[in-house]
Ligand binder design. Structure first.
Ligand code: 4NP
Length: 157
């Protein structure tokens, strides 16, 4: 089982988009039984709230549902229960380091798996949800390719 947790600030836009895009990708590859996939925010501001409507409708435009998701804050105890903690921005990486530390080297920035490492801009401010979707999709696809190259065949189901 590979446990992946996506992280942004509020857990109502980017990290839930990443959670449900990545769930969709692994399901389409028949790998869903190998993964536990979740998301959280470094801030408690939105805790308990559903996915922001424009993020939800962008996912729906791509045939992806995020029904039932509620925002959760990243807690120190989440660290032990993850293999990969994938942040949208460098500042989220710094927040994660303050909250849990990273003794096992689990924390990465999502788009660092792509040929174009970058922070994924916050669509809460840019209002550009299609670009957020594209950037997050590319990061998730590149991360899955990375896993497929590095994991032993025996753990791929
Ligand atoms: P997210 O976007 O970090 O991608 O979920 C944000 C959501 C809410 C706020 C900021 C960013 N906010 O300030 O409430």
């Amino acid at each position: 089982m590979i446990k992946v947790m996506f992280i942004c600030l509020g857990n109502i836009c980017r990290s839930p988009m990443a959670e449900f895009i990545f769930k969709d990708l692994v399901r389409k590859e028949g790998l869903d039984k190998n993964f536990e996939i979740s998301s959280a925010g470094t801030s408690a501001e939105e805790e308990g709230n559903p996915v922001y409507p424009l993020a939800r409708s962008e996912l729906e435009r791509h045939g992806i549902s995020c029904a039932g998701k509620r925002a959760k804050k990243y807690e120190p105890s989440d660290y032990a229960n993850a293999d990969y903690i994938l942040a949208m921005e460098a500042r989220h990486v710094r927040s994660i380091l303050r909250i849990s530390g990273d003794p096992a080297g689990k924390v990465h920035r999502l788009a660092d798996f792509t040929p174009n490492p970058h922070d994924i801009a916050d669509p809460w401010y840019t209002r550009d949800f299609p670009t957020a979707y594209k950037d997050i999709y590319q990061g998730c696809a590149a991360f899955l390719e990375y896993l497929k190259k590095t994991l032993p065949a025996s753990s791929r189901g």
